[in-house]
Every structure is written in structure tokens, then in C-alpha cells.
Ligand binder design. Structure first.
Ligand code: EPU
Length: 292
């Protein structure tokens, strides 16, 4: 009997992770837990620490590729209602880590609060967006962050102000702890104007990215001052296929998958792209997605 047994009502063993990810690939989680609230999350974290189990937090599954062999240790998903609350006070929106970013955006638009519409079309949860400083050409989440409440792996809860957080291009120092909720400081504006801006960004993305296909968004970070997608395209790799994984014809920084694809196909295609881009441009592309 492991001491995770006390969590039997929220614990699944060898739970296949593929259905929880956008790529729909990869193996199972040794332990898969969905805590009901903060207190239970803390008890889960403490048990994992006692058992020396590595802890992985799964958000919306839109920026992760799970290997065929799956993930050892605990995969925790903050999908319970306690992590999905959204409220508006003045021009501040407060939301739980498990809320979809798209939902936070629509609540902000409904309340006539501007700023978040720049993140239109970005999948995943608020927690994931904060950890990876989600963004695009129109801006990123970092400047909107007023505070973030986190829990450390030892169970200690603290609230950090936006100014104390270290955000950089597609990264933050939040990944060392677990985001519970955040406050975002927005600007009052006409809801119709905000909705119009949101629609424009969405249309632009839809016309340049394969949003209807199975993918995990951009695979690589943009090297400083350049576009990974443009480089992969110039290297002639659009449409290149390994097994069921293919470099998107629409945007070369996306890998789309077809029936029968495996994580191993995607990983081999990633290696091929990296070596061709290094050969042609002398640039080592860094992964934007996480590989588990
Ligand atoms: N380009 C090509 N070929 C391609 C793709 C792009 O020539 O196959 C060219 C475009 O024509 C354009 C330039 O490269 O001149 C930049 O392309 P784009 O505007 O699509 O932006 P990006 O730098 O490739 C970034 C983010 C996206 C985000 C878009 C739009 C990264 C790695 N990517 O893409 O984010 O949606 O801007 O805001 O920062 C993601 O993070 O998962 C993601 C998709």
C-alpha cells in the first residue's frame, strides 16, 4: 500500500495521458490526481514529497508532448471547481489556475476590461499561460499580472506581486511552484471595441496557423530577432513527414499529426528540423513545448 491510497477517490493509476493533451499522443501517468481543493492539493504534495515522487502539473495539455513510455511519479490536474473561479473587482480580474485562458478573456471582454484580448487564440489554462508567459506578436501576459498566489512543493502558500516575478520570453520563475490563482490588472474600455480587436487577432491567427489540426501550437521558441517558422520554411521543410507527424504547410513552426502518429514520430521530426536549421542557419532552435 502506498501512502497515496488515502487519495483513492481522486487517484487514477496508469491513466493514459494522450486524451488530456492536444497532440493526443503518448503513454500513461503512473499516478494521476485531481485534488478537490487547495487543502487536498497540499496534502497530495506533501505525500509526494514523502514518497519522493516527482510532481508534474498538467494544465490544458496544449503545450506538452508525452513520450510513449509515459510519465513516472504524479501528474496533478487542477480541473476541480475550486481552481476554476473567476471574479471581477473594479478593473482587476481574479481567476483560478485551472480556468481556460479563453474563458478569462471572454469574462474580461464581457466586463469591459481591455488588455487580455491580445492573447486571443492562445489555448491552455491561466496557470499554464502564467508559467510560460504566454503571448504572441500582440503582447504577452506578464505586463497584466498584478499578483500570483502559488503553493510550493512543500505545501507553503504565498502571494507574489507581479513586480517580484521574473518573466521572460515564454518563461517565468513560476514553474518552480504551482500556481493557484492570479489577479490581472486590466483597463476599462468599450466592450465592442475590445471584442473587435479580439476578432481581428483571431482572424489573423486563423489565416496563418493550422488551428483546426491536431497540434501543440508553435514547437520552437523564436530565436532572438528571428522567426523559427520562417527559418523552418526557408529550409524547405514544410510538408516534411515522419510517420504520422508532419511540418504544417500553413505555418512551419507547427507540427500536425495524422492518424497513427506516435510521440516518437514527432520527436524524430523535431530532431530533423533542428539539424536542418542548424546546418542552414547555424541556429540551435530551442523547444517551446514541454516534453514529458
Ligand atoms: N513565416 C514564414 N513561414 C512560416 C511561418 C511564418 O515565412 O511557415 C513568416 C511570416 O510570414 C512572418 C514571420 O515569419 O513574416 C513571423 O510569423 P508569425 O507572424 O506567424 O509569427 P511567429 O513569430 O511565427 C509568433 C508566436 C506564435 C503567435 C504568433 C502570432 C512564437 C514561437 N510564436 O509566431 O505563438 O501565435 O507570433 O502572434 O513566439 C505559440 O507560442 O505556440 C504560438 C503559436
Amino acid at each position: 500500500m502506498s501512502s497515496l491510497d488515502e487519495f483513492s477517490d481522486i487517484l487514477l493509476r496508469d491513466e493514459p495521458l494522450a486524451p488530456y493533451t492536444w497532440m493526443k499522443l503518448g503513454g500513461p501517468a503512473q499516478f494521476f490526481l485531481t485534488p478537490r481543493d487547495r487543502d487536498q492539493l497540499i496534502r497530495v504534495l506533501q505525500a509526494c514529497a514523502r514518497l519522493n515522487l516527482p510532481v508534474h502539473i498538467l494544465g490544458g495539455g496544449s503545450n506538452v508532448l508525452v513520450r510513449e513510455e509515459g510519465v513516472g511519479g504524479a501528474v496533478i490536474r487542477l480541473s476541480a471547481a475550486a481552481f476554476a473561479e473567476v471574479s471581477v473587482e473594479g478593473s482587476t480580474i481574479r481567476a483560478g489556475a485551472g480556468v481556460l485562458l479563453s474563458h478569462v478573456i471572454s469574462e474580461a471582454v464581457r466586463a469591459g476590461l481591455a488588455g487580455l484580448e491580445n492573447l486571443s487564440g492562445i489555448p491552455g489554462t491561466l496557470g499554464g499561460a502564467l508559467c510560460g508567459n504566454a503571448g504572441g506578436r500582440q503582447g504577452e501576459i506578464a505586463p497584466l499580472v498584478k499578483s500570483v498566489t502559488v503553493v510550493r512543493l512543500d505545501g507553503e502558500i504565498s502571494t507574489r506581486s507581479g513586480d517580484d516575478l521574473a518573466f521572460a520570453y515564454r518563461s517565468s520563475d513560476l514553474a518552480e511552484s504551482i500556481v493557484l490563482e492570479a489577479e490581472l490588472a486590466l483597463q476599462p474600455d468599450d466592450p465592442n471595441e475590445i471584442a473587435n480587436r479580439l476578432r481581428k487577432i483571431w482572424i489573423l491567427k486563423k489565416s496563418t496557423q493550422p488551428l483546426g489540426s491536431q497540434s501543440a501550437g508553435c514547437i520552437f521558441k523564436n530565436p532572438s530577432g528571428a522567426s523559427a517558422g520562417a527559418m523552418i520554411d526557408k529550409a524547405g521543410l514544410k510538408g516534411t513527414r515522419i510517420g504520422g507527424a508532419e511540418v504544417s504547410d500553413r505555418h512551419a513552426n507547427f507540427i500536425v499529426t495524422h492518424e497513427g502518429a506516435t510521440s516518437a514520430d514527432v520527436l524524430r521530426l523535431i530532431d530533423l528540423i533542428r539539424s536542418k536549421v542548424a546546418e542552414q542557419f547555424g541556429v540551435h532552435l530551442e523547444l517551446e513545448i514541454k516534453i514529458w
